[in-house]
Design a protein around this ligand. Structure first.
Ligand SMILES: Nc1nc2c(c(=O)[nH]1)N[C@@H](CN(C=O)c1ccc(C(=O)N[C@@H](CCC(=O)O)C(=O)O)cc1)CN2
Length: 284
């Protein structure tokens, strides 16, 4: 597999950004293998993602970062450069529902998702055997409703111990405290089982049934302290009708939840998601 450096940036829009970035790369003999850009007319912000063939540059990733820093500063860029050959460490979290976790474990096991999964954390024992079949450590951290803090302290400790780049809530059904959300800002991904912003919170399919909707959906989003209100990464919908009872919606919803979560995680792993305010630009 070819090794690329991924330069991702956002900054106030102005003439000359693309020219400056491409000239910087070509001046060092770098070869651009993929490039995306977006200029947002309402925010006046510019977004760019460039893949550079690592072998075409005469220096290391660290030297590339050093050389790019003055250019980034001159354009007031928020930016980062990652190495496609380095897998991100992804801690998965779940509760009792298995479909999203099983789907991600399958995609990992079949090497569809390029990442490391150092462990799975759950507040229930139900999913241990499935996870350990994949050779992945399983940490059951029960929740005491009278002392949820202890659960979150242990979760935070485990995430830190495993040096996670990313945390995925695969139908994990506890509301994370603000300090955890802030520590891993834009690195905790959740799958909400509704087409947000409709039906925030618990039991969205029952809310959808009561409302008589003709579409149900799932939303993959970054987690913020405000429940199910974080930047949306991806969504998927499917049709329902008056014949669909809540259990039918739960069954139909599983497929769209899996699809939206897997797509959203892949784009995150490939550094294709840029966050600006409470929205995203996704260079898919
Ligand atoms: N800080 C955040 N935490 C979580 C988010 C989020 O956006 N911000 N998303 C949820 C996932 N979720 C829906 O997708 C969700 C999870 C849990 C609940 C809820 O009401 N949980 C109850 C306890 C339920 C139980 O014990 O079985 C609660 O926490 O009091 C609503 C929506 C994940 N976390």
């Amino acid at each position: 597999m070819e090794r690329n450096y991924r330069l991702v940036l956002s900054c106030p829009d102005r003439v000359g950004i693309v020219s400056m970035v491409s000239n910087f790369i070509s001046s060092h003999g770098g070869s651009i293998t993929d490039a995306n850009q977006h200029s947002d007319p309402l925010s006046g912000y510019f977004f760019m993602r460039v893949e550079i063939d690592a072998q075409s540059l005469p220096f290391s990733l660290e030297k590339l970062r050093e050389a790019f820093t003055p250019i980034a500063s001159s354009f007031e860029m928020e930016w980062h450069i990652s190495d496609s050959s380095q897998p991100k460490k992804v801690v998965l979290m779940a509760s009792r529902q298995s479909h999203c976790l099983a789907d991600l474990l399958y995609r990992y096991h079949s090497k569809e998702l390029f990442c490391e999964i150092p462990c799975v954390i759950s507040n229930h024992e139900d999913l241990r055997s499935m996870v350990e079949w994949h050779g992945i450590p399983y940490h059951c951290v029960p929740v005491d409703p009278a002392n949820k803090q202890a659960h979150f302290d242990r979760v935070d400790e485990l995430i830190n111990e495993h040096d996670a780049d990313t945390v995925v809530l695969a139908r994990y059904m506890q509301i994370l405290p603000e300090r955890v959300c802030e520590r891993y800002q834009h690195r905790i991904i959740n799958i909400h089982h509704s087409f947000l912003p409709s039906f925030v919170g618990a039991r969205p399919y029952h809310q959808a049934y009561d409302r008589g909707v003709k579409l149900i959906g799932a939303t993959c989003h970054y987690v913020t302290p405000d429940l199910d209100a974080g930047p949306i990464i991806d969504q998927e919908v499917t049709r329902v009708s008056h014949r669909s009872l809540p259990d039918d919606m739960v069954r139909l919803g599983r497929d769209v939840e899996k699809l939206a979560l897997a797509r959203g995680l892949r784009w995150h792993l490939e550094d294709r998601v840029l966050v600006h305010g409470n929205k995203t630009v996704v260079f898919d």
